[in-house]
Ligand binder design. Structure first.
Ligand code: ADP
Ligand code: MG
Length: 428
C-alpha cells in the first residue's frame, strides 16, 4: 500500500507535478518531514545520502509559497557548491514551473543574475559568497525571506562558510510581519557541534532521522594498494566497471592539482574522463558535470567539490583514490552511489602511506571497513569482502574504548554496509 503525496497533505496541483516528474510515492524522509513542515515549524533533517532530502524541503516550500508573487523572494536555499545550486534549482522547476528562481553563484558574470533579481524572483538558490556580495550591494533583497534552508547544513555552518552564512542569516527577518520564518537544516551528517548551531538558529525544531529499515545497499570495502601502482589499479577497475557493470565511476582525489593530474593520466590511458575541481573555470565545470550526467564520460575525477549533494543516477562505483579529511567527507563521497534504493559499491584505496590518516579517521568515527579482494575482482570479476578486525597495521588500531561512539561494531553503520562474503556475478 503506497501513500501518495496528497495523502501527506500536498495540494493536488503539486502532487500532479510531482507525479509528472516521476515522483509518485513519497520516500520515508519525505513522509516524515513534509507534514510538520507544512504546519510551519522548523525542522532538522538528518537522513542518509540519496534518501530524498531535496524534495523533503522543496515540496513544503512550494506549498508555502503557493505560486508566484510579485513582492520579492520569500524562500532562500543555501548550498555549498555551484553544481548543487543548479541541481536544486532543477528540482524546484520540476515541482512548480510557475515559481521564479534566482540562482546566485560565483564564477559567472553578474548580468544574468541581476536581471533575474530585478524580475521578482520567488526563490533564491545560492552559494553564500555571491549572495552576500549581491545582498551587500543591495541587488539581492532578503527582507521578505520566510522559508530558509541550509542544505548540507553541517558544511554551511562549518568554518569555511559559517561567517558568510551568519551574515546572511542576520539579513533575513526572524519574522516578516505576522508570518514567522521557517528554517530547515538538512544533511546526512550532523556532527555534535552542529547541535549548538541548531539551538542558536532554530526554534523547537522537529527532528527527522530518515528511517533505515531496509538492508543498506552500499557495499564499501578497502583495497590495499601500492602507491607506485595505484594508477594502474584504478585504470583496471575503471575498465571493469565500464565493460562489466556498465555504470559510471566517481574517483575522489584530495587536491585540485592531484585531481587535474589524475584526470590527465586517465585520459592518456584511454578513459573518457571528466574533471571537476575548483581551479577550473565555471565553463569547464559545467561541461564536465554535463558530460558526466549524460554518460559521455565514464569517470568523473573530482575533489570534495563533488562529494556533497550531487545526484547522478548511473554512478555504480565510488573510488577514494586518496583518503578524505574527515569521516563526514567519507560518508558524503561514498554517498554518490547507492542512492534512492539503488545498489552501489565503493572502494577506498589504502597504501602504507595512508595508515596514519586512516587511523585518525577511525578515531573520529569512520567505520571499520571490510577488505576487498582486489586481485580477485580484477582477475575474475568477483566482488569479495572479508571482515577484518581493522585495516590499520597491527598495534595502531584504535582501541575500542577510544572510538567516539563507544566502540559499537560499525559493519552496519550508515552508508557502509558489510554483507559478508558476496560473489558478484562475473558479468551482467
Ligand atoms: P539526498 O539529498 O537525500 O541525498 P536527493 O534529494 O538528491 O537525496 O534524492 C536522491 C534521488 O532520489 C534523486 O535522484 C531524486 O530524484 C530521487 N527521489 C527523491 N524522492 C523521490 C520520490 N519520492 N520518488 C522517486 N524518486 C525520488
Ligand atoms: Mg541532498
Amino acid at each position: 500500500m503506497s501513500e501518495t503525496f496528497q495523502h501527506i497533505g500536498v495540494r493536488p496541483r503539486t502532487a500532479a507535478s510531482l507525479s509528472a516528474a516521476g515522483y509518485t510515492t513519497p520516500n520515508p524522509v519525505q513522509r516524515e518531514a513534509v507534514p510538520p513542515l507544512l504546519e510551519g515549524g522548523d525542522c532538522v533533517i538528518e537522513a542518509p545520502t540519496g534518501s530524498g532530502k531535496t524534495l523533503a524541503y522543496v515540496v513544503p516550500m512550494v506549498e508555502r509559497l503557493a505560486g508566484h508573487g510579485s513582492h520579492g523572494a520569500r524562500a532562500l536555499i543555501l548550498v555549498p557548491t555551484r553544481e548543487l545550486c543548479t541541481q536544486v534549482a532543477g528540482v524546484i522547476r520540476q515541482v512548480d514551473r510557475g515559481l521564479r528562481t534566482a540562482v546566485l553563484m560565483g564564477g559567472v558574470g553578474y548580468g544574468a543574475q541581476l536581471t533575474i533579481l530585478r524580475n521578482a524572483p520567488d526563490v533564491i538558490v545560492a552559494c553564500p559568497g555571491r549572495l552576500l556580495d549581491l545582498a551587500e550591494r543591495g541587488d539581492a533583497r532578503l527582507g521578505k525571506i520566510e522559508y530558509l534552508v541550509l542544505d548540507e547544513a553541517d558544511e554551511m555552518l562549518d568554518q569555511g562558510f559559517a561567517h558568510d552564512v551568519e551574515r546572511i542569516l542576520a539579513m533575513c527577518p526572524a519574522s516578516s510581519g505576522r508570518v514567522s520564518r521557517q528554517s530547515v537544516l538538512a544533511s546526512a551528517t550532523m556532527p555534535d557541534w552542529v547541535q549548538q548551531m541548531i539551538a542558536k538558529h532554530l526554534h523547537n525544531p522537529f527532528r527527522v532521522k530518515g528511517e533505515q529499515s531496509q538492508e543498506p545497499l552500499l557495499e564499501h570495502g578497502f583495497m590495499s594498494v601500492r602507491r607506485d601502482t595505484k594508477l594502474q589499479t584504478l585504470s583496471r577497475l575503471l575498465q571493469r566497471q565500464r565493460t562489466q557493470e556498465q555504470s559510471q565511476t566517481i574517483v575522489f582525489h584530495r587536491t585540485k592539482h592531484g585531481a587535474k593530474k589524475l584526470a590527465r593520466d586517465l585520459v592518456e590511458l584511454g578513459h573518457t574522463t571528466a574533471e571537476l575541481q575548483g581551479n577550473l573555470s565555471q565553463n569547464a565545470r559545467d561541461r564536465a558535470i554535463a558530460s558526466f550526467r549524460k554518460n559521455a564520460a565514464e569517470v568523473l575525477v573530482a575533489t570534495n567539490v563533488a562529494a556533497r549533494g550531487i545526484d547522478v543516477a548511473n554512478v555504480g562505483l565510488v573510488i577514494n583514490f586518496e583518503l578524505p579529511e574527515t569521516p563526514q567527507w567519507l560518508t558524503h563521497r561514498v554517498g554518490r552511489t547507492a542512492r534512492n534504493g539503488a545498489e552501489g559499491k565503493a572502494i577506498t584505496f589504502l597504501s602504507d602511506q595512508d595508515a596514519d590518516q586512516w587511523k585518525k579517521l577511525r578515531k573520529q568515527g569512520a567505520p571499520a571497513l571490510p577488505r576487498l579482494d582486489g586481485e580477485r575482482l580484477l582477475e575474475s570479476g568477483e566482488w569479495i569482502l572479508t571482515e577484518v578486525h581493522d585495516p590499520v597495521p597491527a598495534g595502531q588500531a584504535p582501541s575500542r574504548e577510544r572510538r567516539p561512539e563507544g566502540g559499537r561494531p560499525r559493519w552496519h553503520g550508515r552508508g557502509n554496509a558489510f554483507r559478508g562474503n558476496r560473489r558478484a556475478p562475473a558479468a551482467s
